[in-house]
Design a protein around this ligand. Structure first.
Ligand SMILES: Cc1cc2nc3c(=O)[nH]c(=O)nc-3n(C[C@H](O)[C@H](O)[C@H](O)COP(=O)(O)OP(=O)(O)OC[C@H]3O[C@@H](n4cnc5c(N)ncnc54)[C@H](O)[C@@H]3O)c2cc1C
Length: 228
């Protein structure tokens, strides 16, 4: 299938939000799923996965990506102009809310926020009796993707708590600091009846999983998506 870029905008240094449309798009994807984009470079076909950052509906979907210096596909994505087309397939993936839905902790670093934004926008109001805590870790304050929107969601929904954390906080920052790991354990406390969803690069995902295993959380309650 072909997707046409409608628009893209920078949402942090080297990070863009891309809006695509495709008449063939299956608008009924499940929040948390991804699409795979394919481009041809020389003789090689390169395919990479990108989580859908928008909620389902219509013939559009949005992605959010980092520019990986010396990467293969992300520079092609970043060079696209509105009206440009790219081959894609999907939706794919099983990083979706488990049923029955439990009180849950979402853990993201960087663009790992993408599937959670889709889930929160689409599904928060469907589960008013369930509590969701999002722990979002980035280095710098300007890396807090969709920060205003997530803050507004937390104000609008009493069952959603947003806990951003910075590893390189500026002086004026009064929020959480440090890596996501410690904040996940704090959010869980003594409870072992919550699901924990983790998305981001391998190192963080594996570390959070190991810490949850150490404190005895059933591995069936740990759902994760690794970007590398
Ligand atoms: C299921 C799934 C969903 C994904 N969703 C997203 C998404 O929503 N947004 C997104 O930006 N990427 C996402 N990725 C990663 C994406 O598929 C590519 O790996 C990434 O864009 C780099 O591709 P590249 O060809 O430019 O770099 P490559 O030439 O493949 O270089 C790989 C290098 O990029 C690093 N890398 C991979 N992903 C990232 C990242 N997000 N930020 C920084 N470094 C990275 C790897 O650690 C590795 O060092 C996802 C991956 C998977 C498996």
């Amino acid at each position: 299938m072909k997707a046409r870029l409608v628009q893209s905008r920078e949402i942090a240094p080297n990070t863009r939000h891309f809006e695509f449309e495709s008449p063939e798009w299956n608008a009924a994807f499940v929040p948390g799923q991804f699409v795979s984009l394919t481009a041809t470079v020389g003789d090689d076909e390169i395919t990479r996965a990108y989580s859908i950052v928008s909620p389902p509906g219509g013939n559009r979907f949005a992605l959010c990506a980092n520019l990986v210096q010396d990467g293969h596909l992300s520079p092609i994505l970043f060079a696209m102009e509105p009206g440009g087309e790219i081959d894609f397939k999907g939706p794919y993936g099983a990083f979706i809310l488990r049923r029955p839905v439990s009180d849950s902790i979402f853990v993201a670093t960087g663009t790992g926020i993408a599937p959670f934004r889709s889930m929160l926008l689409a599904q928060l109001n469907a589960h008013p009796d369930r509590h969701f805590t999002l722990i979002f870790g980035v280095r710098h304050e300007h890396g807090l993707l969709y920060h205003d929107e997530l803050t507004a969601l937390a104000q609008a929904f009493p069952n959603f708590e947003y806990r951003p954390t910075l590893t390189r906080p500026p002086e004026h920052w009064h929020g959480r600091t440090g890596r996501v790991q410690q904040h996940v354990l704090e959010a869980l406390g003594e409870r072992r009846d919550m699901d924990v969803y983790i998305c981001g690069l391998r190192e963080m995902v594996d570390d959070v999983r190991a810490k949850l295993k150490d404190i005895g959380l059933d591995r069936k309650r740990i759902v994760y998506e690794k970007y590398d």
